[in-house]
Design a protein around this ligand. Sequence first.
Ligand SMILES: [Zn+2]
Length: 275
Amino acid sequence: MNQYEIIAKKIQEADAILVGASNGFSISEGLHIFADNQKFENLFGDFKKTYGIRNILEGMYTRFPSEEVKWTFISRLANHYSGNYTGSENTNALKKIIGNKPYFMVTSNGENHFELAGFQPDCIYEIEGSWKEMQCAKPCHKELYPAFAAIKKMSEVERNGRIPTELVPKCPKCGGPMQIHGAGEGFIPDEVAHNRFQEFIQKYHGRNMVILELGIGWRNQLIKAPFMRWAAEEPNVTYVAVNKGEIYLPDEIKAKSFGLDGDMEKILKEIADKM
Ligand SMILES: [Zn+2]
C-alpha cells in the first residue's frame, strides 16, 4: 500500500475526523491575506494607493479615516471571497474524505468557507472569528450579529471607496461602531463553538480518530500545538499534516503521523480518490 492508501484506510477505520485548517488552506483556494499580489492589486488597488496598505491583513487592522471607508474595505473583501462561494476542489475532496463520519473543524480562517461549502455550522469552530458575523467594536457586550446580508448590500452600493453613511452598522446596545468578527481589537471568542469543540474531543477520547492538519504553519500555537499535544496523549489517533514546505511533526507523534508536503489540492484529491 502506498502512503495515500494507508491514510485512506485509517480514515475508513476512524470513528471520527478532526480537521484543523489555517492560511495554507485559504492560499490553496486563492485567498492569500499576506500577499501583495495581482489579486490584491485588482481588488484593492485604490486602497493601496490611498492608504498604503500592502495586503488584506494590513487592511483588516488599519485605522481607516471613517467608518464608511472601513466598511467599504471589509464588505468588498468579504463579498468578493465569500459572497458567491459555494465550495472548491479542496472542500469537495474533504467531503469525500469525511463521508458520513462524525467530524469537527477548527480553523483560523475567517472567510466562512467550510460552512458556505455545506459543512454543518455546529461542527465548525472559527477560532479567530468569522466574516459571517460582526460585534460591537468596544465591545460593550458579547453578542455576535449576522453580517453577510449587510456586507452584500454595502458592497453593491459602494462608490469611490465609500459606502453611504446610512449603511454603516451601529451597535444595537451602545450605538457605537461595529467591527467584523476577527478584525481589530476587543475580539469576542465564540464560546458556543469552543464548547462544542471540547465536547467533541471528550466524546472521542480513546477512540479511533484521524486528525487532518491542513495548511497550518509549523509554529502555530492556536491549532497545531494543541492538536499535536492531544495526538501525543491519545493512543488511537492518526495525525496527517498537509503543508507546502512546512511539515513539522515532533518525535512524540512521529510513529502515528504522516507528513504530506506539496500542493494541497492535489494531496486532498489523492486521498479522496482512495476513499
Ligand atoms: Zn456596543
